[in-house]
Design a protein around this ligand. Sequence first.
Ligand code: ADP
Ligand code: MG
Length: 340
Amino acid sequence: MQSTEIKKLPEDLINQIKAGEVVERPYNIVKEVVENSIDAGAKNIQIELLDGGKQLIRITDDGCGIPENQILTALERHATSKINKFHDLESLASFGFRGEALPSIASISNFTIRSRPQNQEMGKEININYGNLLSEKEISMPHGTVIQVKDIFTNVPVRLKFLKSTATEFTHIHDFLIAMALANYHISFRFSHNGREVFHYHSKKTLKERFHDIVGVDAKDFVELNYSRGSFNLTGFAGLPKSAKQNPSYFITFVNGRYVKDKIIRSGVLQAYQGLLIKGLIAPAIIFVKVNPSWVDVNAHPSKTEIRFYDPASLQELVSIGIQEAVKDSVHKSNKPENI
Ligand code: ADP
Ligand code: MG
């Protein structure tokens, strides 16, 4: 029978329950931690994984670091340096705002954080084992932050059971890191898996340079996008119809710098190619949409790859027009006989 005594849940149990929302798989951890590094102004971010992140995720940055007297606070639920009031969400410039990632991750792993701001001589290391504080010590380290996450979900067997193969977990993380590397071309990203370097993209001055680094020789099959109307702006690269595939390697979309998998943007891209492609084929696209922050609600879901638009129909139309103009123009040009 149900007990009639109503009690408040203890903090560590709340963290574990919430972790279920924020952390479903290694990818979510990499996403949260890399976004924190970018929010911290890092110029170099290194991501190391063992076994698709199931065994180990270590992310090292050279960002602003956390002052030693604030690290424990950063590990508390709803502790954030990024917003102060609800209104701030309307003009959000950072990825984070919930203050949920670190305590959630620390509640389902063997978690170590090391951090040192530039103006502090020594860094601090804190080790938390499945939500319990194990140790705290001063260490010497370069400025920045290192987050190490080992053996996720060992304390939540049902979650552990649902982790996929190393290859699947790796692919999710790899695709996300490619997207982040595109959107943040000024940051150097270094990624290794099981001790082998997967990529090392050095800091670049333009999106175009980073795009060439990543896409390689196939870059010639894309047209560059640049379309604005009012506060709407579309940039990026769209594949020429001949590069369309059933499952293109690149179909990456961003809204205000945030990597999203959004139906509206996707429909806008597909609409742009109507009449240009054989049915079932999709052109590759790397799309950056910028809109007035008050047009979108990023507060829709903790994992935050879905967002809500206040006027989805107009947005879809603008994305479609922006791509269509560039692609049609280019198809038209390449169909013209030369030397005329
Ligand atoms: P959020 O990003 O939503 O604020 P997190 O739990 O991800 O919440 O992080 C809590 C706080 O810890 C952040 O607001 C930030 O002040 C600090 N922090 C986390 N990661 C880093 C980092 N790599 N460098 C500097 N500060 C960080
Ligand atoms: Mg965060």
